[in-house]
Write a new protein. Structure first.
Length: 320
């Protein structure tokens, strides 16, 4: 059997064979050069996502990328010449991790390079939806203390609640918002007003940055009890009646500023019954009163017994 070679092949056959051989050598050289592989570590992954809908926190994702190319070309490449980009979609509520899969299509490399490998090809990213929580109460924090004898009273915060925007998991854990500490010291002796900044968790944004605080300051009020005090009788020097039976001891509770009450002892109190209005002998129930020396801010809160029985008779004539 005779094989006929077409005329266009037989024409200049030698030159065609040389050209084919040269092409083969070039292909072999290029293929050999492209078999060089270099690994680049800690290449950052640029994550693209809707920052108004989800939160990734401070996630820093990195991968290793192996490139195939010529040795000479690979020597001139650095990690920051490689770009890895990926999209993170909006996850459903209650989903806190997203499995991100990477392919060579996510990698941008310099001209003449090919991606040989990505490691790892899967990243687990912490992710959370962003939501809004309303009417979160504000609590005022204080730093320091008032001088002895003074106390902080009613605290008014305007506004008393705020709106928070942030990851759902953080919002669920946030029961209240506290302020920067409002200072108290021994120079504060009366009510005051101040603006206090709000302290919120990272990645949570409040609807306002600060609140207005009004603090009432008053003298510290405490109770002090005095027991078994002798009960006296208040009567004018010319009163016609005298006490016929001894009076029981009484207990007195005072309410007032602590510093002042500490200066009062049992001998400074004078419980008594007033009989000046009585002129006829007999038995009478009279209220017990207490003299406290006119100390400012001190009041009698409790007396026991508050009523006593008084037996009065005419005074015996003086013996000459």
């Amino acid at each position: 059997m005779t094989i006929r070679v077409p005329q266009f092949i037989r024409q200049d056959l030698a030159r065609k064979l040389v050209a084919v051989g040269a092409a083969g050598l070039i292909w072999f050289y290029v293929d050999n050069q492209l078999h060089e592989v270099e690994r680049f570590n800690d290449v950052p992954v640029e994550l693209r996502y809707d920052e108004g809908a989800i939160s990734l926190g401070k996630t820093v994702a990195t991968v290793s990328v192996s490139l195939r190319g010529s040795r000479q070309r690979l020597l001139g490449i650095k990690s920051n010449d490689i770009r890895v980009r990926a999209e993170v979609p909006v996850v459903a509520k209650g989903v806190y991790f997203y499995e991100l899969r990477l392919t060579p299509g996510n990698v941008r490399v310099p001209t003449g390079m090919r991606v040989a490998e990505i490691s790892p090809t899967t990243l687990m990213l912490p992710v959370d939806r962003l939501e809004t929580r309303r009417d979160v109460p504000v609590r005022v924090r204080f730093n320091g203390r008032l001088r002895d004898g003074y106390q902080a009273g009613k605290v008014v915060v305007v506004p008393s609640t705020v709106e928070l925007r942030g990851p759902t998991k953080l919002l669920e854990e946030t029961r209240e918002v506290v302020t920067d500490p409002v200072p108290l010291d021994d120079t504060v002796t009366q009510g005051f007003e101040a603006d206090a900044r709000l302290m919120v968790p990272l990645r949570v944004s409040p609807s306002i940055e600060a609140v207005h605080v009004t603090v009432e300051v008053s003298r510290q009020t405490v109770r002090q009890a005095y027991k078994d005090l002798p009960l006296g009788v208040l009567a004018g020097p010319d009163h016609p009646l005298t006490l016929q039976e001894p009076l029981p001891p009484v207990s007195v509770t005072l309410l007032g500023n602590q510093a002042i009450l500490e200066t009062i002892d049992a001998f400074a109190l004078r419980p008594f019954v007033d009989i000046n209005g009585i002129t006829v002998p007999g038995r009478y129930r009279r209220p017990v009163q207490v003299w406290v020396g006119g100390l400012a801010g001190v009041t009698v809160e409790y007396i026991h017994p508050s009523m006593v029985e008084v037996v009065l008779d005419r005074a015996a004539p003086a013996v000459k």
